[in-house]
Each structure stands twice: as C-alpha cells, then as structure tokens.
Design a protein around this ligand. Sequence first.
Ligand code: 5GP
Ligand code: ZN
Length: 115
Amino acid sequence: MQLDTNCLFCKIITGEIPAQIIFRSENVVAFNDIDPQAPTHVLIIPTVHVENAGALARLSPTIIAQLFTAASDIAEANSLTGYRTVFNTGAEAGQSVFHAHLHLLGGRGLAWPPG
Ligand code: 5GP
Ligand code: ZN
C-alpha cells in the first residue's frame, strides 16, 4: 500500500479517521459518504493513493475495474434497480478530495444531466 499521510481517504484506509466501511479487499475500500446525496451514497476507493481516475486507470486497469465490480456488488446488496457511478476529476468538476473515488448513488430517481 502506498499512502499519503496527509490524505483524508488514506487516513480512512488505515483507520486513523473512522468511517462506516462496508467493503474491504486488498485493493479496494468502500464506505458510506459522510454527507449522502441519495439513500445509498457509497465512496469506493483504491488502497493506493492516486489523485484521480485517469491516473488510476494508467497505474492499474485491474484496480479501476475492481472499483466498478465493488459498485455492482454493493448495488446488488442494496437491491438498487438503478444507480449512478461517478468520478469527479478536478475542482471545477466538484472534486474536493484528491484521492480517486468512485461515487455510487442510488435509492432515488436521479436527474440527467447532473448539475
Ligand atoms: P468529491 O467532491 O471529491 O467528488 O467527493 C468527496 C466526497 O467525500 C464528498 O461526497 C464528501 O461528502 C465526502 N467526504 C468528505 N469528507 C469525508 C469524511 O471524513 N468521511 C466520509 N465518509 N466522507 C467524506
Ligand atoms: Zn490518499
């Protein structure tokens, strides 16, 4: 595991900052968002510190696929019939934590296009 000691999500991976963790494997951790925007709002992150989805895809196509597999498994466990998976990249797109994270949102109707 390569972590950044100043990163909020790295601290969640190590347990230094508590979170409601709902899935953990060697490469992936998933936990409930602290400010949920839908009845199900889970953040799915790689256990390696990497800034955004593009960088993660270049580093490891396997791990980025594992994030989506975890999203699918969690959606199924929550009986979601429809859901949205989102990576925000860059502050302009709303990224506020610079450790790549896949949002899983579901449990209500979701408008398109997003804001
Ligand atoms: P972003 O805006 O970077 O795409 O998403 C960051 C997400 O992290 C936000 O949805 C925000 O609510 C969530 N978040 C920020 N701080 C914490 C925290 O300490 N714990 C948890 N569980 N989620 C957090
Ligand atoms: Zn990190």
